[in-house]
Design a protein around this ligand. Structure first.
Ligand code: PLP
Length: 369
């Protein structure tokens, strides 16, 4: 019998390798609060991601919340509803108001042609998402930020290791928030980081992540707790050794999908962006109306009946969540709404075999009503 294929599978180092990495903790008994593993991972990731500065945190969500807080924002934040719950929730949980801008139909990131009409007196920031690792139009966003004096925080949870015009993606905007959740391209089980340029912002961030404590008897800020512990930092150090070969394997999987699924006008594949080095984080397909009568629900059902579990990622839009009932109108972001109803993320992980990719593509291509 064929084994179940899930949409993703977490990368793990060898068992022995991890044991070796954590061995020292049985001597030091230093388990958290910015120990040696934390510092080592911080330095290595700063280098790997090609950024100036980087703060580790307990997960990608807190990376966003603390960044919003450290920038001292008020009022409205322009963002998109085609994202994971975290992006919108972070804005709301910080007492700010999300203002939803529509997305580009080709790369699913914020449509920069529509940002300006959402800017009001109350706008203080833009929070765009590098969806699926696709790079937002960082140049135009940067221009708006300067022109209207806005801060820019990127949700870079999907964009680990992505480069644009030779630069680390985390160099753009005031802050970029990465997630190292188990399902992401690079993981520390749970974990995350904020990359940034301005030293003062980093100081506020590091206080906020540890209760605002700055000395044995001094507490300068009303902070929370978002520290990354030593066991998870150790997992990161191990996974970082293998991440390049993991991404190379993901690339082969993505290229096979592309080869097999190209030339079907009703299947829209993710745009290959110029001057971008991708991390092959996801393989989304948009299933447009077609003479075969095939739609997303049918493809998903056929795959599931063959033990292949694709995911409706992102559906519903965050603006359609029941916790936001009555607050937003998803008709005002028609592209995001349409894409969320037609998109499906296919299984993609480093160890997915090309035979399995063929198996999945054969199921998709044989769908008809
Ligand atoms: C995973 C993810 C997050 C949150 O990251 P966690 O590490 O799970 O807290 C935020 N935004 C997007 C787009 C994500 O995919």
């Amino acid at each position: 019998m064929k084994q179940t294929i899930n949409v993703t599978r977490s990368s793990m180092p060898g068992f022995e390798e991890y044991c070796e990495e954590i061995r020292g903790m049985w001597d030091s008994h230093w388990l958290t609060n910015m120990g040696v593993k934390h510092h080592e991972l911080q330095a290595k990731l700063t280098q790997y991601l090609g950024v100036d500065r980087l703060e580790l945190v307990t997960n990608g969500h807190m990376a966003i919340e603390l960044s919003l807080e450290a920038l001292g924002l008020t009022g409205e934040v322009i963002t998109t509803p085609f994202t994971f719950a975290s992006t919108t929730h972070a804005i709301v949980r910080c007492g700010l108001e999300p203002v939803f801008c529509d997305i580009d139909p080709k790369n699913f990131t914020i449509d920069v042609n529509q940002i300006e009409r959402h800017i009001t007196e109350k706008t203080t920031a833009i929070l765009p998402v590098h969806v699926y690792g696709n790079v937002c139009n960082v140049e135009v966003i940067d221009e708006f930020a300067r022109k209207y004096n806005l801060k820019v925080i990127y949700d870079a949870a999907h964009a680990f290791g992505v480069r644009y015009k030779g630069e680390g993606i985390g160099r753009f905007g005031n802050a970029s928030c990465f997630s190292f959740h188990a399902t992401k391209v690079f993981n520390t089980l749970e974990g995350g980081a904020v990359s940034y340029g301005e030293a003062g912002f980093g100081e506020r961030l590091s206080k906020l992540k540890n209760f605002g404590i700055t000395g044995p008897e001094t507490v300068e800020m009303v902070g929370g707790n978002a520290k990354l512990d030593e066991f998870r930092a150790a997992m990161g150090l191990c996974n970082l050794r293998h991440v390049n070969s993991e991404i190379a394997k993901r690339r082969l999987v993505a290229e096979r999908y592309r080869e097999r699924l190209a030339d079907n006008p009703w299947l829209q594949l993710n745009l290959v962006q110029r001057e971008v080095i991708s991390n092959y984080a996801y393989f989304p397909i948009v299933i447009h109306e077609n003479p075969l009568g095939v739609d997303r629900e049918m493809v998903m059902r056929r795959l599931a009946s063959n033990e292949v579990y694709a995911r409706k990622y992102f559906y519903p839009l965050t603006s359609e969540f029941s916790c936001y009932k009555g607050q937003f109108d998803s008709e005002k972001t028609p592209v995001a709404k349409e894409i969320s109803r037609k998109i499906l993320c296919l299984p993609l992980y480093a160890d997915l075999s090309l035979e399995d990719v063929d198996y999945i593509c054969n199921i998709i291509l044989s769908c008809k009503k």
